[in-house]
Write a protein that binds this ligand. Structure first.
Ligand SMILES: NC(=O)c1ccc[n+]([C@@H]2O[C@H](COP(=O)([O-])OP(=O)(O)OC[C@H]3O[C@@H](n4cnc5c(N)ncnc54)[C@H](O)[C@@H]3O)[C@@H](O)[C@H]2O)c1
Length: 409
């Protein structure tokens, strides 16, 4: 068994905002000391607790400012147990040599399942029938209600969610087309189209799974809705800026688009509130409106907990930074019988030369050496054959370019 130079049971983890207990369990399995708080902390309050924290876990309400990072003298890494990382001063974290991890894809399945259920719901006008029953009206109709088997689903953006939707849809007998700007390997019998227009013209259901970019901003407006087949349906569970809402409302009122499922909006309230939600889509027939819940399931929360905790543990134990949002990406398998040194330094010319001089002067042999850089920092992972790693690490830490040097096993 390899040993970290710093005893694992002295590593302190502070988890805020009621992070899923599954994450706590993973840290405890590593024998790390974990403190789990239900609430978020204000930056000043958090800064005051940072002195002995090695790993910090937050969700979206805690702001990790430069002040917090300056106070975190022992902080090794930071985990955002959510999708976004806007609440963290990522540049300051990078300058401090602190990689930040999040979990952008933990809720993929949750979104994909909701899409499939809404394809069926739109096809059967389920939202309207349910609303009528709640209003005390019994309206048993078959007209304009359809099975989805044999219909065509067009997926715009065939990434994590889009491709998962494609797999599930095909299992239900839908014919699946997709359009993506990148070349993607089709799942099953899913078929790429050459253009967005081709997909719009052939699909009975169009579902959007693109990121918010300049190109996808208002990607679906009057002209694109007009290209859709008469009686087709639109689903947007991606980003609120992708669809022009007044254009969609008009296409539904005119009957050209037979229904829509919308989960994301150009302007969304910051939190649950009693203020009335306003949208031109309210009250329109066969329109399912949901409050950005595509990824909101307990399974997704659990999976976020596992994914982020695993990244934090892999970095702490082995220096892996794959998936870090603010840091050069390095993941090196451990070479047997070696000692690993991790070094973060200011990215200026000559650092590697200086490091290699130290290694050679101390008579150590390098088994593996991987350097990755971004504009401000360089991250070096080095496995040494000779047991002079403490001396090497000490000399590396003394270099003027050094930000952090840590010796592992
Ligand atoms: N409703 C929710 O609760 C919820 C939850 C999770 C994700 N999302 C959103 O869903 C979207 C998709 O997420 P993902 O995890 O699948 O992302 P992803 O990055 O895995 O996939 C996005 C795909 O879109 C493609 N793409 C980018 N620009 C395009 C364009 N102009 N035309 C066609 N394709 C384009 C990319 O090449 C990529 O394949 C994101 O906007 C994400 O924010 C929403």
């Amino acid at each position: 068994m390899s040993q970290t130079s710093f005893p694992k049971n002295k590593i302190k983890v502070l988890l805020l905002e009621g992070i899923h207990p599954g994450a706590k369990a993973l840290f405890e399995k590593e024998t790390f000391q974990v403190e789990l708080l239900k609430q978020a902390l204000e930056p000043a309050e958090l800064a005051a607790r940072m002195a002995d924290v090695h790993i910090l876990g937050i969700r979206s309400k805690t702001h990790v400012t430069k002040e917090v990072l300056d106070a975190g003298k022992r902080l090794l890494t930071l985990g955002c147990f959510c999708i976004g990382t806007n609440q963290v001063d990522l540049e300051a974290a990078n300058a401090h040599g602190v990689p930040v991890f999040n979990a952008p894809f933990s809720n993929t399945r949750s979104v994909a399942e909701l899409v499939i259920s809404e394809v069926v719901a739109l096809s059967r006008m389920l939202g309207d029938r349910s609303r009528e029953m709640h209003d005390g009206k019994w309206r048993k109709v078959a007209t304009n209600c359809h099975e989805v088997r044999g219909k065509t689903l067009g997926i715009v953006g065939y990434g994590h969610i889009g491709s998962q939707v494609g797999v599930l849809a095909e299992a239900m007998g839908l014919r699946v087309l997709f359009y993506d700007i990148a070349t993607k390997l089709p799942m099953g019998n899913n078929r790429p189209t050459a253009s967005l227009g081709e997909l719009l013209g052939e699909s009975d259901f169009v579902t959007l799974h693109v990121p918010a970019t300049r190109e996808t901003h208002e990607m679906i407006g009057t002209a694109e809705l007009a290209r859709m087949k008469k009686g087709a349906h639109l689903l947007n569970l991606s980003r609120g800026t992708v669809v022009v809402i007044p254009a969609l409302a008009e296409a539904i009122r005119s009957g050209h688009v037979a229904g829509a499922a919308v989960d994301v909006y150009p302007h969304e309230p910051a939190a649950n509130s009693s203020n009335e939600f306003t949208s031109e889509l309210r009250g329109l027939p066969n329109v399912i409106l949901t409050p950005h819940i595509g990824g909101s399931t307990e399974e997704a929360q659990e999976s976020i907990g596992t994914e982020v905790a695993t990244s934090l543990i892999k970095f702490t134990n082995a220096g892996a930074t794959t998936g870090a949002v603010n840091f050069p990406q390095v993941e090196v398998p451990q070479a047997k019988g070696t000692h690993r040194i991790l070094n973060v330094h200011r990215n200026v010319p000559g650092v590697l030369g200086a490091v290699n001089r130290i290694v050679s002067e101390l008579g150590a042999n390098i088994r593996t050496q991987v350097l990755a850089t971004d504009p401000t920092v360089g991250y070096l992972v080095m496995d040494l054959e000779h047991d002079v790693s403490n001396d090497v690490a000490k000399a590396m830490a003394a270099l003027s370019t050094n930000i952090r040097t840590r010796i592992l096993y």
